[in-house]
Design a protein around this ligand. Structure first.
Ligand code: SF4
Length: 426
């Protein structure tokens, strides 16, 4: 099946005799992947269906358990799997503490981590059921779960389908054995291939594969080989991240000792542009700094962040935002469980954005997207942030950004250096 068709497939629970929580689901769906409209789409979302004004939100759920910590990991995770049961109980309590605005319907749920595929499938199903019972959830909601290749079994995927998962994001990172070892990943190339094939065979499930650039020992040749394997699989969506070396993780020490094993800035730029060219030539739209999709397969949950649409947070270290406010939960497992057990919101911090901060947020997020932002928004930014205005002029002169038909957007090369512009907004 063409992977692009998977995105439009029905939610498994929309079938007759669907699973738990179905009775609570509404039928109106007004947030969809945008169709391409010539060269420069105007918005990542379709306009809302006439007459359908129901506000929507997304929900991010953090499942922080991992079998071991990868060499490059800076996420809020733990290997203390003996706490899974207590943590899931805390999640069920926190669901009751989340204040969704009245009338709001959940349109996306994202189970991230950590490693959600480590959570026993029955427990994951109970968690999704609890979410569906607590909040109105669209019948065609996008429900994503992250998986590691070594966990993908027939039993797991069948349980996830039954629970309503319709999008799976798998952390492959590379199809090169040496590179996987350098990252301390627990899977090898063969495991990744078998897992991807198993997921591609599922009806109605959209697959994302993560790849990484800047892995120790990676060069253009090994990257091209990983891309060749990935294109043979042809998932609906691909995320490509550049290894961040400015955050504390084990590979920093390796780089200090063996700098020659790491690609320099020029080589990393060349690899990023290679990914852009290769995936573009095979029908993938490079729609966000790190994301590529077949037509109709953009990640709806992540589009919420980039479009400053509301996303609520559930679980340790989970972050929420709605365009006007941002907040984050406690990132310590004991502190999180302790707060929730006392029936208090487990917030680490919460902030209301000033109008100036809202403007900066909309520019920062919107310029990550291929369609960029409106010239009107940019002009407001030019008035409020004079340094931003000067740097943007340089980007436009150098061809790193373009302005046309009332929109401003970055080129892929511009995205690579966009932090130089974004620091002027912070
Ligand atoms: S699987 Fe992901 S979250 Fe877990 S340790 Fe590895 S990089 Fe971190």
């Amino acid at each position: 099946m063409d992977p692009g068709q998977r995105a439009g497939a029905a939610h498994p629970q929309a079938l007759p005799g669907g699973g738990p929580g179905r009775a609570d689901r509404r039928r109106c769906r007004h947030v969809r992947d945008q169709p391409s409209d010539g060269d420069r789409p105007l918005s990542p979302f379709e306009p809302r269906r006439p007459g359908c004004t129901t506000p929507t939100a997304g929900l991010y759920v953090h499942l922080p358990f991992c079998a071991s910590r990868c060499a490059y990991c800076t996420f809020a995770v733990t290997t203390a799997r003996e706490h899974i049961a207590a943590y899931l109980e805390a999640l069920r309590v926190e669901i009751g503490l989340i204040d969704l605005d009245p009338g709001t319907i959940l349109d996306t749920v994202y189970l991230g981590g950590g490693t959600p595929s480590l959570v026993p499938p029955d427990d994951l199903q109970r968690l999704i059921d609890a979410i569906a019972q607590a909040f109105p959830l669209y019948e065609e909601a996008e429900v994503t779960a992250e998986a590691n290749p070594e966990d993908v079994t027939d039993g797991l995927v069948q349980a996830w389908l039954q629970a309503g998962v319709n999008r799976i994001s798998m952390g492959v990172q590379s199809f090169n054995e040496d590179e996987l070892r350098a990252l301390d990943r627990r899977h090898d190339r063969r495991t990744a291939l078998e897992a991807a094939q198993r997921l591609l065979d599922l009806p109605g499930v959209q697959l994302n594969l993560d790849l990484m650039l800047g892995i120790p020992g990676q060069d253009m040749r090994s990257l091209r080989e990983s891309l060749r394997v990935l294109l043979d699989l042809s998932p609906a969506h691909v995320s490509v991240y550049i290894l961040e070396m400015d955050k504390p993780h084990r590979l920093q020490a390796l780089k200090r000792r063996y700098p020659e094993r790491f690609a320099g800035e020029e080589e990393t730029t060349a690899m990023y542009l290679e990914v852009h060219e290769t995936l573009g030539a095979h029908g993938y739209e490079h729609y966000e700094v790190s994301n590529f999709a077949r037509p109709g397969a953009r990640a709806r949950h992540n589009l919420r962040y980039w479009s400053c649409e509301p996303v609520h947070a559930l679980g340790m270290a989970a972050h929420g935002a709605d365009g006007n406010r941002r907040w984050a939960n406690l990132d310590n497992l004991d502190a999180y469980i302790g707060a929730v057990s006392e029936r208090t919101r487990p917030l680490a911090w919460a902030t209301t954005l000033s109008p100036r901060e809202c403007l900066a947020e909309r520019l920062l997020m919107g310029l990550r997207l291929r369609e960029g932002v409106s010239s009107e928004l940019v002009n407001s930014g030019r008035v409020s942030f004079p340094e931003f205005s000067l740097r943007l002029n340089e980007f436009l002169e150098l061809g790193l950004a373009s302005e046309h038909s009332g929109r401003v957007w970055f080129s892929p090369r511009g995205w690579l250096v966009s932090n130089e512009l974004f620091v002027t907004l912070v």
